[in-house]
Design a binder for this molecule. Structure first.
Ligand code: PGA
Length: 240
C-alpha cells in the first residue's frame, strides 16, 4: 500500500520567521502516522526547515532546481545545493514555472533526471489548461507531459518519482476538478507509470474537499498551495 503524501507548496510566500512559526505549529499537530507530510518553502526558508525539522518525520524540499550541478547560471540552484540543506524532495515543472519561466517538457525531463541522480525525489507536475479540457485534449496533453518528463528513466526508478496532476484551471481558482475527473486522469497516469508510483492531486485542495479527492482509487495524496499556508488547515488536510 502506497503512503498518502501531502505536500505544501508555499510558492513565493512566508518570511523565515513565518516559516519557523508554521513548522512549530505543524510539529505539534496530530497527524496519522501513515501520512507523509512534505513542506516546500521558498529557498530562503530551507535552512530553518533543516534546523526545525531535525528528527521530525516531516520532510521538506524545494520548489525548483537547475539540472546542471554548477556553472554560470545566475540565480539558479542545483540539486547538490538542495541536498546540502537536507532536502529530500523537489517540485519540478509546476505550471507556474512552465507559464512564467518558459519551462518545457525538455527542461522538466532534464531536471527530473538530475534530481534522481542526486538522490532527490522529484514531484513532477502535469496538467491541462481549461481550453484543452474543453476541447477534449486533456488526456492526450497530460500523457505527452508524463512521457516526456520520464524520458530516459528506467522503469525500476519510476517509484522514486511522485507525479502530481494539477489541472491549471483548478490552481488557485477555488474550483477543483471533480473526484471523477481526478480519478480518470490519475487512472490514465497510472497506466503509464505503474502501481508503485505515488500520484497526488493538486488544484484548490482544502480540508473541506480533501477527503473525497484523496479517497479516489488512484489518488495517493495532495499537492496543496493556498490552503497549505496555514499550519492548522494543512494539518486538517493531512487528517482527511
Ligand atoms: P492551490 O495551488 O492549492 O492554491 O490551487 C496548488 C499548486 O499550485 O500546487
Amino acid at each position: 500500500m502506497l503512503p498518502t503524501t501531502i505536500i505544501a507548496n508555499w510558492k513565493m510566500h512566508k518570511s523565515v520567521a513565518e516559516a519557523a512559526d508554521f513548522i512549530a505549529v505543524l510539529k505539534k499537530a496530530d497527524v496519522p502516522t501513515d501520512r507523509e507530510l512534505v513542506i516546500c518553502p521558498p529557498f530562503t526558508s530551507l535552512k530553518v526547515a533543516q534546523v526545525e525539522l531535525e528528527g521530525s518525520a516531516i520532510q521538506y524540499g524545494a520548489q525548483n532546481m537547475h539540472w546542471e550541478a554548477d556553472g554560470a547560471y545566475t540565480g539558479e540552484i542545483s540539486a547538490g545545493m538542495l541536498k546540502e540543506f537536507g532536502c529530500t524532495y523537489v517540485i519540478i515543472g509546476h505550471s507556474e514555472r512552465r507559464l512564467y519561466f518558459n519551462e518545457t517538457n525538455e527542461t522538466v525531463n532534464k531536471k527530473v533526471l538530475a534530481a534522481l541522480a542526486a538522490g532527490l525525489t522529484p514531484i513532477v507536475c502535469v496538467g491541462e489548461t481549461l481550453e484543452q479540457r474543453q476541447h477534449g485534449e486533456s488526456e492526450g496533453h497530460v500523457k505527452v507531459q508524463v512521457n516526456a518528463a520520464l524520458l530516459g528513466i528506467e522503469n525500476k526508478d519510476y517509484q522514486r518519482v511522485i507525479m502530481a496532476y494539477e489541472p491549471i484551471w483548478a490552481i488557485g481558482t477555488g474550483e477543483t476538478a471533480t473526484p471523477q475527473q481526478v480519478q480518470e486522469m490519475h487512472h490514465m497516469i497510472r497506466s503509464l507509470v505503474g502501481e508503485p508510483v505515488r500520484i497526488v492531486y493538486g488544484g484548490s485542495v482544502n480540508a473541506a474537499n480533501a477527503t473525497e479527492l484523496m479517497g479516489q482509487l488512484d489518488v495517493n495524496g495532495a499537492l496543496v498551495g493556498g490552503a497549505s499556508l496555514d499550519a492548522i488547515e494543512f494539518a486538517r488536510i493531512a487528517n482527511c
